[in-house]
Design a protein around this ligand. Structure first.
Ligand code: PLP
Length: 385
């Protein structure tokens, strides 16, 4: 059967070059980077080289990169670590209602600890409005956390403008760039962020490794305790093979980003235009221009997203409905609801995210098989009026 993977926002395959770079650190170069002997120093050198490559991807300094176990941990460290370290200044935080659960759930945890959190609404296209961020700021505000690109609808947020505002007021700005880094330019100074989250497995690196960028001088408490690794910000023996893979993936992404983004955007537009032409009653979700180059997301009216996924899977196409973490439940996505889509429309959500190995023929295959699937599902749908 023909197989087409169109779920790159959920995860990406490891690139062969990344795997090659990792293998020695799973085999003979097994030293603990904290050890003083040859093995340890060899591992430490590899971790530091990877730190340079990850820093270069976002125009940061290597010493501002803290390796973590992934995007989720980096989001927790950013939000909870900044809140605790700055609680003496104030206990108010601003975020958006379309953040990844790693941020949203950390915010809810902080609410239970007595912090006050403002969850900003978004426009119908999934954009946070800068003036609403401004209006939400109080003398008590210590942290703003707004994601760079949304994982479900691909909308890219005006983080640089929010950065100017945060800087004027002396408020720490965090941005979750898990979906954007390596796909579109991310420059920590241009964005004006103090904290920024990254994850390796979205850019053809291994799962279980990520990083938090921490601007020099940003007050941040660790959330783990137990060692001096990562300048005491993230104790625990480093995942050397994972970090090495992350470094290689970041270097490759930086090198290829401009050409790959152009290629993917053309494929994405072919897919979106083709879907609009072939499927009636289809709503594009997210902003049409301010969106990730590889990201196509729609709601197909009168069908369930889950049924679409299963039918596509039977014909070899991997897609998702909402985010991978929430799929499996029939609750419509919090992102689509925040964008004002009615429940019954949000339930028909479909996310198709392109990647390095996709070609025009893959897009055309989806455009060929999806319309008859939709027609068949609609014919038996109780949602159709
Ligand atoms: N933030 C966003 C926007 C994501 O899309 C994801 C993963 O889906 C994460 C955070 C979590 O990253 P990780 O899977 O590395 O924990």
């Amino acid at each position: 059967m023909r197989r087409v993977y169109l779920d790159h926002s959920a995860t990406t395959p490891i690139r062969p070059e990344v795997l090659e770079a990792m293998l020695p650190y799973l085999r003979e170069r097994y030293g603990n980077p904290s050890s003083l002997h040859h093995w340890g120093q060899e591992a430490k050198k590899a971790v530091e080289q990877a730190r340079e490559a990850v820093a270069a991807l976002i125009s940061a300094r290597p010493e501002e990169i803290v390796f973590t176990s992934g995007g989720t941990e980096a989001d927790n460290l950013a939000v909870i670590g900044a809140a605790y370290a700055n609680a003496a200044k104030g206990r108010h935080i601003i975020t958006s209602s379309i953040e990844h659960h790693a941020v949203l759930d950390s915010m809810q945890y902080l609410e239970r600890q007595g912090f006050k959190v403002t969850f900003l609404p978004v426009t119908a296209e999934g954009l946070v409005q800068v003036d609403e961020v401004g209006a939400a700021i109080t003398p008590e505000t210590i942290l703003i956390s707004i994601m760079h690109a949304n994982n479900e609808v691909g909308t890219v947020q005006p983080v640089a403008l929010i950065g100017q505002l945060a800087k004027e007021k002396g408020i720490i700005l965090h941005s979750d760039a898990v979906q954007s880094a390596g796909k579109i330019p991310v420059d920590v100074d241009e964005l004006g962020v103090d904290l920024l989250t990254l994850s390796a497995h979205k850019i053809y690196g291994p799962k279980g490794v990520g990083a938090l960028y921490v601007r020099k001088g940003t007050r941040l408490d660790p959330i783990f305790h137990g060692g001096a690794q990562e300048r005491k910000r993230r104790p625990g023996t480093e995942n050397t093979p994972g970090i090495v893979g992350f470094g290689r993936a970041a270097a490759l992404a930086k090198q290829e980003m401009a050409t790959e983004a152009r290629r993917l955007a053309a494929l994405r537009d072919r897919l979106l235009d083709g879907l609009i032409k072939r499927i009636p009653d289809l709503v594009i979700t997210g902003h049409r221009e301010k969106r990730l180059p590889n990201h196509a997301s729609v709601c197909v009216k009168y069908v369930e997203g889950e049924s679409l996924l299963l039918s596509l899977d039977l014909q070899g196409v991997a897609a998702s409905s909402g985010s991978a973490c929430t799929s499996g439940s029939l609750e419509p996505s919090h992102v689509l609801l925040a964008m004002g889509l009615p429940h019954e429309v949000a339930q028909g959500s479909l996310r198709l995210t392109l990647g390095r190995e996709n070609k025009e023929a893959d897009v055309d295959y989806v455009l060929e098989i999806l319309p008859p699937i939709v027609e068949r599902l609609r014919a038996m749908s109780p949602l159709r009026c």
